[in-house]
Design a protein around this ligand. Structure first.
Ligand SMILES: [Zn+2]
Length: 231
């Protein structure tokens, strides 16, 4: 398959320090790409692009550290890294690679499906975040303020705001859920997501028992217990 020049150039810059052909790495699969990105000391092309979009440099050290600290789940970490490196297959990206015909958003079918649109600007996704926010406000003492913003949702950081590990995890899980909805052709519904959180809580609790960090786990989740018991 022939890929457009723009995609080739962008990826070449990203992997330039490795002296390996970009497509050789990509053909080896996700794990090879991940290792290549980890090893690369060059400022990722995506970082420059994000800074340009937001018209100011974001705190990238904090953003990348947060990705690592939020979860041990490699699948979630890799998902978040693909957002940060702008290599998550949105319709705009797939259209550029000539894999799909339309760059339109899978949900609203009106705007171009970029990463920012898919996870934040889309009207349908805005409803999802608003409902999730209401549910959090109603069930958690910590979440009295309106918490979701574009940078918090996309990168896990918000200026002058400290978030706890559980809310960081909920945000990544919510994005993962939105992305799954996109792939399945369904609409993201906050109620369904909150139900899945209950299941996730049980898994995380078990993992904390195995790792012998049950005490800190209970403290971390204490403000969110009502949410995890939703039916
Ligand atoms: Zn949309």
């Amino acid at each position: 398959k022939k890929f457009p020049k723009k995609v080739n150039v962008e990826l070449s810059v990203r992997f330039s320090c490795l002296n390996t052909k970009v497509w050789t790495i990509i053909q080896r699969g996700n794990k090879a790409v991940q290792t290549a990105l980890d090893k690369s000391e060059a400022v990722p092309a995506a970082v420059n692009k994000w800074n340009k979009i937001y018209n100011s440099p974001l705190n990238w050290k904090k953003i990348f550290t947060k990705t690592r600290k939020t979860t041990l789940d490699t699948q979630l970490r890799w998902f978040q890294l693909r957002i940060l490196h702008r290599i998550l297959p949105t319709n705009k990206y797939l259209c550029m690679c000539r894999i799909v015909e339309s760059a339109c958003c899978s949900f609203c079918k009106q705007e171009e499906e970029t990463i920012s649109h898919l996870f934040w600007h889309c009207d349908i996704v805005q409803v999802f975040w608003a409902k999730l926010k209401t549910a959090l406000n109603e069930s958690c003492e910590n979440c009295v303020e309106p918490i979701f913003t574009e940078t918090l949702v996309l990168f896990g950081v918000k200026e002058n705001v400290v978030t706890d590990r559980v809310i960081d995890l909920i945000i990544i899980l919510a994005k993962y859920y939105i992305f799954k909805c996109k792939l399945q052709g369904s609409t993201p519904i906050a109620k369904i997501f909150i139900k899945s959180l209950k299941q996730r809580y049980i898994v995380e609790k078990y993992a904390s028992l195995v790792c012998n960090r049950n005490h800190s786990f209970n403290l971390e989740w204490l403000p969110y217990l009502k949410l995890t018991q939703a039916d």
